[in-house]
Design a binder for this molecule. Structure first.
Ligand SMILES: Nc1ncnc2c1ncn2[C@@H]1O[C@H](COP(=O)(O)OP(=O)(O)O)[C@@H](O)[C@H]1O
Ligand SMILES: [Mg+2]
Length: 240
């Protein structure tokens, strides 16, 4: 379980997170909803060590990982699929996935069966399977986003952070991304999901938090948030 308590974070002198607390229980999908600029990506970065929190704590299965460098937080079992699909462009799809499993080769994560998990990832992401030898930089934007997700899963992590996995994708790929998230959930993968498509996120999630200007304004079961009139008016409008 991932637990964040009273987390503050800033870029230089500009404080962006003003005391965030949230929990992602094992095997659950939790979504973080909020407008552009609310601080969702900053929350993900402060959790995964890309940004050092000013104060507060991040624990993973009871272990305090607050402020550790990101590679150490990854070894503790947290995988981050960051906003904006960061893949290694000059490496093949397969090598990108194996790199995601790197801490398992060095035994800083339990090794398990990497080859089996690689095949499992290929089955889950058929577009990657077809392109396994291709250089990641030659994939379409949607395929690169899937590769970033699949690479996160290859860590065999305790928790996966998915930051806007459907950003910039064609509608048919957005649907595919949500189908994959649903499948990962069925496999028992614990996830914290940030998505612009709040309705779809609340449909796959068990629980949700609403972030407004760096503070959690509302939280509750996904079902209760779907019905909450204020949440509906602010985030669930339109036809998503
Ligand atoms: N690298 C950065 N340097 C300075 N300010 C930033 C940086 N990244 C984000 N911000 C600011 O922090 C706030 C929260 O941004 P972000 O976490 O990206 O929001 P969200 O992901 O919810 O859209 C915004 O006001 C944004 O302008
Ligand atoms: Mg963001």
């Amino acid at each position: 379980m991932l637990k964040i308590t009273d987390l503050y974070a800033a870029y230089g002198k500009v404080e962006v997170l003003h005391g965030i607390s949230l929990e992602v229980p094992k095997g659950k999908v939790v979504t973080l909803i909020g407008s552009n600029g609310a601080g969702k990506t900053t929350t993900m970065r402060a959790i995964s060590g890309m940004l050092k929190p000013k104060s507060g704590s991040v624990t993973l299965d009871g272990r305090d990982v607050t402020g550790l460098p990101s590679h150490k937080i990854a070894r503790a079992g947290l995988a981050h699929s960051p906003e904006g699909r960061r893949v290694f462009a000059t490496m093949s799809v397969t090598d990108n996935l194996l790199l995601g499993a790197f801490p398992r080769f060095t035994r800083s994560r339990p090794r398990g069966d990497v080859a089996h998990d690689l095949e499992k990832a290929m089955e889950l992401f058929p577009r990657l399977k077809e392109r396994r030898q291709q250089l990641a930089g030659t994939l379409s934007g949607g395929e690169q986003q899937m590769l970033a997700m699949a690479r996160a899963v290859m860590l065999n992590p305790e928790v996966v952070l998915l930051d806007e996995p459907s950003m910039g994708l064609a509608p048919i790929l957005v649907e595919e991304v949500f189908r994959i998230i649903e499948r990962l959930k069925q496999q028992g993968v614990t996830m914290l999901l940030v998505e612009q498509f709040a309705v779809a996120a609340l449909n796959v999630a068990d629980y949700g938090y609403v972030l407004e200007n760096g503070r959690i304004s509302v939280h509750g079961s996904a079902e209760s948030l779907r019905r909450d009139p204020a949440v509906k008016a602010a985030y669930l409008g339109g036809s998503h």
